[in-house]
Design a binder for this molecule. Structure first.
Ligand code: NDP
Length: 530
């Protein structure tokens, strides 16, 4: 006989069953809820440390097989998986919709992009990671030099709930394509999505532990950090990222941290104002503002400020949250975030800001109305901290230099956006962020060849692109002697004459560098002063 005890929080409810004969706990579970309705959409195990370790052990047992399959064999398997995902896209989108509350079409969008990334990763892994020859240099001309990128083994992935397919697949797909096996801990808010993804790959490879999912709360994620994985790819908040890094430090497990942001959109005087306002609206409000690369701040040139603000407010007026098919975006997936959003709006208004739409009262029990704030001080939390809600601040600037300075004055550095007809790329290059979209928004995330990641409190390491493949490997350099060297340097039998010849060679190869003219900065300046 078992007795069940239940405890409920605002987001999840956990249940433990106890065997009354032995008194031993049997199974701990938690519920996944639909944030739009509060309905229970699934019950999942809370995997403990032993279960997580066992998953990692199984993953390691099959890592060699997966590696030996080679780039071609892995491309074939991942291609089949891609087909399953594409054919059953609507089914997965329904699971995403149920667990996050986001509109079905938005769920479809993130899944479609994830499939495209998977295709790129599997298709390019051989070229990016396979052996490539390098010139060995004049001193080592007798050597043949090459480098190849070898899989690390087992990769642990910890993911968030806001894009429960697209975001973790940026690690999972690239890690698998690079030849690793994967153990994934999805957010406690979206465990069903994680389980669906793993089950779909098992349809292609039923008897190998290529990609397993462990479910549970934060403790399960913490257990994955110390379960013996060869690298941990974390996506989530900056604060949890620090905990993950500290846990991984115990075992010297390397980490990738994809954390939050406070992305800015810059609008120059020559920008297409309607396009910029459309981009700002989508970047700020889509997915209920729960986008790490969402637009949270806008800096607009004074010449076009009023026109831009009017266009943005007009767009915001036509955007509506809800749970139905006609909704522009869904509820706040994580109820406790509602307090943060409310706090940022209230603080902005109390410190002199004005809401042109939304504002005080925009935050409901589950849904948040779109909010455009102006005149908000730069040191207000609405401008300094990640809001993760459908709100945006807009500030008038005298020049693009000022816009760049304010955009860069953040502890984060994830994405950014520039609207300018003449100077888009040059403004983009001045921004301190991992990615910038010019005359578009969030476009970089959908281009598989481009690395994705941030600087500062937005984390480090890269997913996507060639960098994203290399992130899950180690470089193996091989120097192979082709012939006897003219000058044998690495021997105790080296003669004084050989040392002299070596010194002459170095002088011939590099000596002229010091006599070359230097620019009027740095060393050149110093030398002239002397
Ligand atoms: P959290 O940091 O709360 O959680 C992220 C993941 O970490 C979840 O799976 C969570 O599990 C797990 N976790 C919690 N505590 C621990 C712990 N001590 N050790 C190990 N794992 C733990 O982030 P959210 O899920 O709320 O996601 C939103 C955040 O993610 C935002 O800041 C957003 O900007 C960022 N993000 C960044 C992206 C990027 O690419 N840079 C992309 C998408 C989101 P559980 O849910 O069970 O608590």
């Amino acid at each position: 006989m078992t007795i069940a005890t239940t405890s409920t929080t605002s987001t999840t409810s956990t249940t433990s069953t106890t065997d009354t004969t032995t008194g031993e706990p049997e199974l701990k579970t938690f519920e996944s809820l639909n944030p739009a309705t509060g309905d229970v959409v699934g019950i999942h195990p809370i995997d403990d440390e032993a279960t997580v370790r066992e998953a990692v052990r199984r993953a390691r047992a099959d890592a060699g097989w997966w590696d030996e399959l080679g780039f071609g064999g892995r491309k074939e398997v991942l291609g089949k998986w891609r087909g399953v995902l594409a054919r059953r896209l609507a089914e997965l989108a329904a699971v995403v919709h149920d667990e996050t509350g986001k509109p079905h079409a938005d769920a479809q969008l993130e899944i479609g992009l994830a499939i495209d990334h998977l295709a790129w990763a599997a298709g390019h892994a051989g070229k990016v990671l396979g052996p490539t020859k390098s010139f060995a240099g004049l001193l080592m001309a007798n050597q043949s030099a090459s480098v190849e990128y070898r899989p690390l083994g087992v990769i642990g992935v910890i993911g968030p709930w806001n894009y429960p397919v697209f975001t973790p697949m940026g690690s999972i797909g690239y890690a698998l394509a690079a030849g690793n096996t994967v153990v994934f801990k999805p957010s406690e808010l979206t465990p069903g999505v994680g389980e669906w993804l793993a089950a779909s790959l098992r349809e292609v490879v039923p008897d190998r532990a290529l990609f397993q999912v462990v479910t549970g709360l934060g403790e399960t994620g913490a257990a994955l950090c110390t379960a013996g994985v060869n690298k941990l790819a974390f996506t989530g908040s900056t604060d949890t990222g620090k905990k993950v890094m500290a846990a991984c430090a115990q075992t010297l497990t390397p980490v990738i941290i994809e954390a939050g942001g406070k992305d800015a959109l810059l609008v120059d005087a020559d920008a297409d104002i309607d396009a910029a306002a459309e981009a700002a609206a989508w970047g700020a409000f889509s997915n209920a503002g729960q986008t790490c690369i969402g637009v949270e701040r806008v800096y607009v040139h004074a010449q076009v400020h009023d026109e831009f603000v009017a266009a943005l407010v007009a767009k915001a007026t036509s955007v509506h949250p809800g749970g139905g098919a006609d909704a522009s975006y869904g509820p706040a997936t994580m109820p406790k975030q509602l307090d943060v959003i409310r706090g940022h709006i209230d603080d902005a208004l109390a410190s002199g800001g004005r809401a042109l739409i939304g504002g005080a009262g925009a935050v409901g029990e589950r849904f948040v109305q779109p909010t455009v704030l102006v005149d908000v001080p730069e040191d207000s939390p609405a401008n300094t901290d990640e809001t993760f809600g459908p709100t945006v601040t807009v500030k008038k600037v005298a020049s693009m230099d000022e816009a760049v300075r304010l955009a860069n004055a953040t502890r984060y550095g994830l994405g950014s956006t520039v609207f300018s007809k003449a100077n888009g790329r040059s403004i983009a290059r001045q921004l301190r962020s991992g990615m910038t979209a010019v005359n578009d928004v969030i476009s970089f995330a959908a281009i598989p060849a481009l690395p994705f990641g941030g600087v500062g409190d937005s984390g480090f390491g890269r997913i996507h692109g060639a960098d994203g493949l290399k992130e899950f490997t180690y470089a193996h350099s091989i120097a192979s002697r082709r012939m006897k060297p003219v000058l044998l340097l690495t021997t105790f039998n080296r003669t004084a004459k050989q040392d002299t010849t070596f010194a002459q060679m170095i002088l011939a190869l590099h000596g002229r560098a010091s006599t070359m003219s230097l620019p009027a900065t740095g060393l050149g300046k110093l030398r002239r002063k002397r």
